[in-house]
Design a protein around this ligand. Structure first.
Ligand SMILES: NC(=O)c1ccc[n+]([C@@H]2O[C@H](COP(=O)([O-])OP(=O)(O)OC[C@H]3O[C@@H](n4cnc5c(N)ncnc54)[C@H](OP(=O)(O)O)[C@@H]3O)[C@@H](O)[C@H]2O)c1
Length: 250
């Protein structure tokens, strides 16, 4: 079948495209770099012609509150309207575990707005909520850094490797829509401050990590359970050490 991946050039998009092609499907990796833009509408109708499934694996180029909201609302509206016009049968999107609990943050308000548009669209859908990608741990460290100190919440995280996310997105793409949300997570749970400390140590980075309950995670004060799923998430198989050995020591 023909599958269009919006954001098909990104971290999860490119890995999911490879997997679906190996299953024998026709996959269009749609993004500004391949001439498809969900904000301007450029190339969208042509990309969607004859498509059965659309995966939205795009991300806002800016995480600033207003930019993220503008991106996910405009992109969501344009994309879902184009899907209706093209007769697309299923819409699949990737969002974040705990989005509804993280509404102090503009980025997560934007992700919730994206989810609401999907639910209201009338197109059969599956929304996948994922925990933080292992590839994002470096970004989390950066976000908490001032000078040589990284201040982070000790709330729990259950990071997942992008390869496990792409496997899950592939499986969801090849399954019937659930018209709801499924959750995925990594196989191990850490305290965020411990995970980042372990990551920096393994990299030989001498920054000091300080655990602080009041530290904000992209604007949000976290409770222990804010970023993890208690809904029996589907678990990835790659541990943090296994991921680090391959991804960071290349
Ligand atoms: N980071 C995490 O820990 C985490 C956890 C759970 C869920 N998520 C979600 O996972 C999703 C994918 O994240 P990712 O890290 O794989 O993203 P990424 O690597 O940053 O890739 C973003 C993709 O979006 C595309 N894009 C940007 N503007 C676009 C536009 N106007 N029209 C069409 N495509 C556009 C980019 O295209 P170009 O390459 O052409 O610029 C790129 O392919 C996001 O929605 C995010 O919320 C992330």
């Amino acid at each position: 079948m023909k599958i269009v991946i919006i954001g098909g050039t990104g971290l999860i998009g490119s890995k999911t495209a490879d997997r679906l092609r190996k299953h024998g499907h026709e996959v269009i990796a749609a993004s500004p770099n391949t001439g498809v833009n969900t904000i301007t509408g450029e190339g969208l109708a042509a990309a969607l012609a004859g498509a059965e499934v659309v995966l939205d694996l795009s991300n806002s180029p800016s995480f600033a509150d207003k930019d993220a909201m503008e991106f996910f609302e405009t992109s969501g509206r344009n994309l879902l309207a184009a899907e209706k016009a093209a007769g697309v049968k299923r819409h699949i999107a990737l969002s974040v575990v705990g989005t509804e609990r993280l509404q102090e943050s503009g980025y997560f308000r934007a992700k919730l707005a994206q989810e609401k548009l999907i639910k209201a669209s009338g197109i059969p859908y599956t929304i996948v909520h994922s925990t933080q990608f292992m590839e994002f741990v470096n970004g989390i460290a950066q976000s908490g850094t001032v000078g040589d100190t990284v201040t982070l919440s000790p709330a729990y995280v259950q990071p997942i490797a992008s390869d496990d996310v792409a496997d899950a997105m592939t499986q969801v793409t090849l399954s019937a829509p659930v018209n709801g949300t499924i959750e995925i997570a990594g196989p191990e749970r850490f305290r965020l401050s411990d995970l980042v400390g372990r990551y920096l140590k393994a990299k030989g980075d001498t920054r000091r990590v300080v655990a602080d309950r009041e530290a904000r995670y992209f604007g949000v004060r976290l409770e222990d359970g804010s970023l993890v799923s208690d809904n029996s998430p589907r678990l990835g198989r790659i541990t943090f050490d296994e991921w680090f050995a391959v991804a960071e020591r290349k």
